[in-house]
Every structure is written in structure tokens, then in C-alpha cells.
Ligand binder design. Structure first.
Ligand code: ABN
Length: 178
């Protein structure tokens, strides 16, 4: 084992002669802390790729907890075909369609926790009308002559195609009293 001691001593002395203590500590810290952050990266990417964690819906029973039903709690102010019946889900557009960035926003009460949530009704665009599960609920809606408060609007604007297919209902936040 003496040869190993001598070998390590020689290489350590060599490094000590060539490299300043400060640069050695900097490099070592870079390896330790840089290495520690690498495993976090895929987790962060995963978090941004999912549209929402969402409120707890596990205790909901019947239509209030069924994203294919017009009576699903998030649909309180929707006007359109439910994407859950069209090859998508309540939070994701069906394959081959593009999500509209302009949306209609509603505030719906989640019966499982009694809290009010802000729900974004994004239209999915680029395929002809889905034709399944049409739903028109108008809580808080105002007549057509007040366009910003009326949900009877094709929000497929600024997308590659203005053809409307269906609508998703994504929770984007908790509503708080002013
Ligand atoms: N936002 C759904 C929709 C699309 C086209 C026409 C009316 C409503």
C-alpha cells in the first residue's frame, strides 16, 4: 500500500504546486453544487409541462365530478363542445388541434372544498366542430352587446386556424375576495 500513498502524495503535491487554493475550492464547489442541481432539471420541466396540479376532486360524486358532463363543476360558465368527449381532456386539447391563447374566464365553486376557482375556457382550434357534448352554462354572463362579458364567442383568434373544435376548462387559480 506504500506505493499508493506515494502515488497520491505525489499527485496532490503536483496539484498544490500548479493550482491556487482559491481556484481549487471554486472548482470543487462547482462540481458538488452543479452536480446537485442536475437531477432537479427534469422535475422542473415536468412541472411546467403539466397544465395544472388542480384542486382536489377525489370526493366529487356523480355529474359534478364528471368532465364529460355539462354539470361538471368547472363548466359553470362554458359555451361549447366539451373536449373530454372529443379525444382530449378537461385540460388538454385533442391531438391535431391548437389551444387558443385568448380565453373566456369564469369563477366556479368546487363542491368538494367549497372554494371558488378561476377557470379558463380555452377553445381548441384547427379541426371542424367536434359535435359531441355541447354545453352552454352562463353563470355571470352578460348579453351579447357587452362582448367582454359574453361567452358566445369563437376564441380561435391568433391561432393557425380560426376553425373551432371544442373547449377545455383549466383551473388557473383560486378566486379571492377583494
Ligand atoms: N367559445 C366557444 C364558441 C366557439 C364558436 C362560437 C361560439 C362559441
Amino acid at each position: 500500500m506504500k506505493w499508493l500513498d506515494r502515488c497520491v502524495e505525489t499527485s496532490t503535491r503536483g496539484v498544490a504546486k500548479r493550482v491556487s487554493r482559491r481556484s481549487f475550492v471554486t472548482t470543487l464547489a462547482g462540481i458538488i453544487f452543479g452536480g446537485a442541481t442536475v437531477p432537479l432539471l427534469p422535475v422542473a420541466r415536468g412541472a411546467t409541462s403539466s397544465r395544472e396540479a388542480g384542486p382536489d376532486e377525489s370526493s366529487l360524486q356523480g355529474e359534478a365530478g364528471d368532465p364529460s358532463s355539462c354539470n361538471y363543476w368547472r363548466h359553470c360558465a362554458i359555451d361549447g363542445f366539451l373536449c373530454n368527449c372529443c379525444g382530449g381532456s378537461q385540460t388538454h386539447c385533442p391531438p391535431g388541434t391548437e389551444i387558443a391563447k385568448l380565453t373566456w374566464i369564469g369563477t366556479c365553486t368546487n363542491p368538494s372544498d367549497g372554494k371558488d376557482y378561476i377557470v379558463s375556457y380555452n377553445d381548441c382550434c384547427g379541426k371542424s366542430s367536434c359535435g359531441h357534448c355541447f354545453c352552454n352554462r352562463n353563470e355571470g354572463e352578460k348579453p351579447m352587446y357587452m362582448p367582454p362579458k359574453n361567452n358566445d364567442t369563437n376564441w380561435c383568434q391568433g391561432t393557425q386556424s380560426i376553425t373551432y373544435h371544442c373547449t377545455i376548462a383549466a383551473v388557473v387559480g383560486v378566486a379571492v375576495e377583494k
